[in-house]
Design a protein around this ligand. Structure first.
Ligand code: BGC
Length: 459
């Protein structure tokens, strides 16, 4: 890839490497949200009940959990680049395989495999970007990844809509959903080919004694002066003793760990992925036809992208806390409104407005900010481990919420008591809890260097 001036480095070069790695994030969005357009047809095709529908939607997430769990040690052992290539291969294989199954069990295995790819990418993509980028631009480049995730979600909503439009309801139940999953193999192949062209992370190279190659990449990134300084810093950092998992609970680290872990869980119990993965079904339940429901889903993806861009502009100006508090408060109100609508069987446009409102509030707050916090609260020595566990908790919670949504949404007892309002009331209560948690426990980290943030925990 492009050459650079050896004295000043090349910002476009770093941006290009980050963009290639962020393609892994795009596929994370694409591959998790593809289920939205397909789940209704899968349900008809395999005659699924509520629990198996939940399983069909969430099996990939179990794979994500595995992937996120092993990604760190894989990336340490074989390198970041090979870990990304592994994720890409898993994406391709899973895309093709999940288009071909004849049983739901086979489908789930194919999806779990893809999930391992997603989980791996969710750890290694931001890690690679963070390791390749100069300190001053690290935060912004890491948020590139969240942007890529929401673009992936929007793109697959379009693809689903396009594929569903190619045939009738029965064609879609027999064949259309296969194309939806299979389509993921195309961006996955592009990701694989482009990843072949990027260099290994200089930090990993230095750790494995390959200082010469590490320096070569650092020079292209930041120029020779900065390269020597960074190489020295990396070598210094490598001399520090690594901290064990138990070390995360030591005083001084404990609060950082608590904040990252609780926010990771709270981000998911807001029910965001119920909307990301089940939106067309929710819209159908609330009165829309299949085509309208998929079109409405595209507006959900568009809103998500739009307000992620808003958040990226505001997060360093207004800070993390005001965004999260406003967002979580807005999400609480949207859930309350949806609960009232579902309880009274009120259908129509204002349901769409409430869903879009919920998405906007999430996208401007917990969507990007939780990932930023997970990446910045940990002291350097425990950042890797801390991030890995927080990410694992995020996927685990996502799995539980997505698996149980159809079950609580269709439970005869809950429906008899609450109509279809119960899920909204449940997720809404967690949004309210988030407001208080952020207000009273989370400190503001805007504008602080990583070292200043570290000092917060020592108080
Ligand atoms: C969450 C994902 C979610 C996405 C939606 C991310 O921050 O971690 O679970 O699907 O936002 O935009």
């Amino acid at each position: 890839m492009t050459s650079a001036n050896s004295d000043s480095g090349s910002a476009p070069y770093v941006a290009m490497l980050s963009a290639v790695a962020a393609l892994g994030g795009l596929l994370f969005g694409y591959d998790t949200a593809v289920i939205a357009g397909a789940i209704g047809f899968l349900r008809t095709h395999f005659a699924l009940d509520a629990a198996s529908t939940g399983w069909a939607a969430s099996s990939a997430l179990l794979g994500c959990l595995i992937g996120a769990g092993i990604a760190g040690s894989i990336a340490d052992r074989i390198g970041r680049k090979k870990a990304l290539l592994t994720a890409a291969v898993l994406y391709v294989v899973s895309g093709i395989w999940s288009a071909l199954p004849s049983t739901i069990a086979e489908f789930s295995v194919a999806r779990i495999l893809g999930g391992v790819g997603i989980g791996t990418a969710s750890v290694v993509c931001p890690l690679y970007i963070a390791e390749i980028s100069p300190a001053g631009r690290r935060g912004r480049l890491v948020t590139f990844n969240q942007l890529a995730i929401v673009i992936g979600i929007l793109v697959v909503y379009f693809v689903n809509y396009f594929i569903a439009g190619l045939g009738s309801e029965s064609w879609n139940a027999a064949t259309g959903w296969r194309w939806m999953f299979g389509s993921a193999a195309i961006p996955a192949t592009v990701f694989f080919l482009l990843t072949l062209l990027i260099p290994e992370s200089p930090r990993w190279l230095a750790e494995h004694g390959r200082h010469h190659e590490a320096r070569r990449t650092l020079v292209r990134v930041g120029g020779s002066v900065q390269a020597d300084a960074e190489l020295a810093a990396i070598t210094d950092a490598l001399r520090e003793e690594p901290v064990s998992f138990g070390g995360l609970l030591r005083p001084g680290y404990r609060t950082a760990f608590l904040i990252a872990a609780v926010l990771a869980i709270l981000q998911q119990v807001t029910g965001i992925n119920v909307f990301m993965y089940y939106t067309p079904e929710i819209f159908k339940q609330l009165g829309s036809g299949t085509n309208t429901a998929l079109l409405e889903t595209i507006s959900v993806g568009g809103m998500n992208l739009l307000f992620t861009l808003v958040a990226l502009r505001l997060v360093d100006r207004f800070g993390r806390k005001p965004l999260m508090i406003t967002g979580a408060a807005g999400m609480t109100l949207a859930h309350a409104g949806l609960g009232i609508a579902a309880f009274n069987n009120l259908l129509g446009t204002w349901v769409l407005v409430l869903v879009l409102g919920f998405i906007a509030f999430f996208a401007m707050s917990l969507g990007p900010v939780v990932w930023i916090i997970i990446a910045e609260v940990f002291p350097t020595r425990i950042r890797g481990r801390g991030m890995a566990i927080a990410t694992l908790l995020l996927w685990g919670t996502n799995y539980v919420v997505s698996q149980t949504f159809p079950m609580i949404n269709e439970s005869p007892w809950l429906v008899a008591t609450f109509g279809h309002a119960f899920p909204f009331l449940l997720y809404g209560s967690f949004c309210l809890l988030t407001v208080f948690f952020v207000l009273f426990v989370v400190p503001e980290t805007k504008g602080k260097s990583l070292e200043e943030i570290e000092k917060l925990w020592k108080r």
